[in-house]
Design a binder for this molecule. Structure first.
Ligand code: DGL
Length: 270
């Protein structure tokens, strides 16, 4: 009854952590494509090829449903995967939609026409590839009208986190927040549109100020996954074991993951 969670690297662990709290009995197969992170500076074809290769590897672990816990892959590759890659009995779900449903005060899966919402000025922090895809604005436009979105491409943050250089990551977050505030001085809400960024959430909140509501994805994705599995229990795969796979160096990746999640995580070679 396993479910897969995919990310370009360590960021998806923020989602894995929330999912394992919400669904403690479901074995989770995690794949970090650390050898090829960051995805955020790659082009759409490259992201599609890497993501489909990793997801294909995950099918071998007895999962039928993979959460693409990477906004960059969700933005640049997921639609194409759903149209032309996924076999009939397999599913991939992205991480954008649950976030947008929460921002626009919708029930999970509510596809009613767009309407006015409480939040009017939204700052989006994401990787360069996610920002240039405009996928967030497209999904938002299906659900809300009259929302002004200012996007900030946060170059360098994912590399710093993957390298464990949290001092550099913090300095970069503060400079990206400053840049955003020059374009939108008073956002009401900020979206952390990269699953690595919750590891820096307190820095984002501090730099933005207490009046800005910061939305991060982990708990929202976990909640919407629980709802999805309640409606589609057949999407629980045959796998029985939790596992952490990486395309990178397992010892190095395990050490970083253990540091981030503050519990022992042991990756094996994909
Ligand atoms: N965690 C990925 C995301 O949510 C990071 C992307 C990257 O590898 O640049 O976008």
């Amino acid at each position: 009854m396993a479910v897969g969670i995919f990310d370009s690297g360590l960021g998806g662990l923020t989602v894995l952590n929330a999912v394992s709290r919400r669904l403690p009995d479901v074995p989770l197969v995690y794949f970090g494509d650390n050898a090829h992170a960051p995805y955020g500076v790659r082009d759409a074809d490259d992201i599609y090829n890497l993501t489909t290769k990793a997801v294909t590897r995950m099918w071998d672990e007895g999962v039928d449903l993979v959460i693409i816990a990477c906004n960059t892959a969700s933005a640049a590759a997921l639609r194409r995967m759903q149209e032309s890659f996924l076999p009939k009995n397999k599913r991939c779900l992205g991480v954008f939609v649950p976030l947008i449903e929460a921002l626009t005060e919708r029930e999970w899966g509510d596809n009613s026409p767009p309407r006015e919402v409480r939040v009017k000025h939204v700052a989006l922090f994401a990787t360069p590839a996610t920002v240039s895809s405009r996928a967030f604005q497209r999904e938002l436009a299906f659900r809300a009208i009259g929302v002004d979105v200012e996007a900030q491409a946060c170059g360098g943050v994912v590399d710093a986190i993957e390298d464990g250089d949290m001092i550099l990551a913090e300095a970069l977050v503060r400079s990206h927040v400053d840049a955003l505030k020059r374009k939108m001085p008073q956002p009401q809400a900020a979206i952390l549109g990269c699953t690595h960024y919750p590891l820096m959430e307190s820095t984002f909140q501090d730099a933005l100020g207490p009046e800005v509501e910061v939305y991060s994805q982990a708990n929202l994705v976990a909640e919407s996954l629980a709802d999805y599995l309640g409606r589609h229990p057949d999407m629980l795969g045959s796998g029985t074991e939790s596992k952490f796979l990486t395309s990178g160096n397992p010892a190095k990746v395990s050490a970083r993951a253990t540091q981030f999640l503050r519990r022992e995580i042991k990756f094996v070679s994909a």
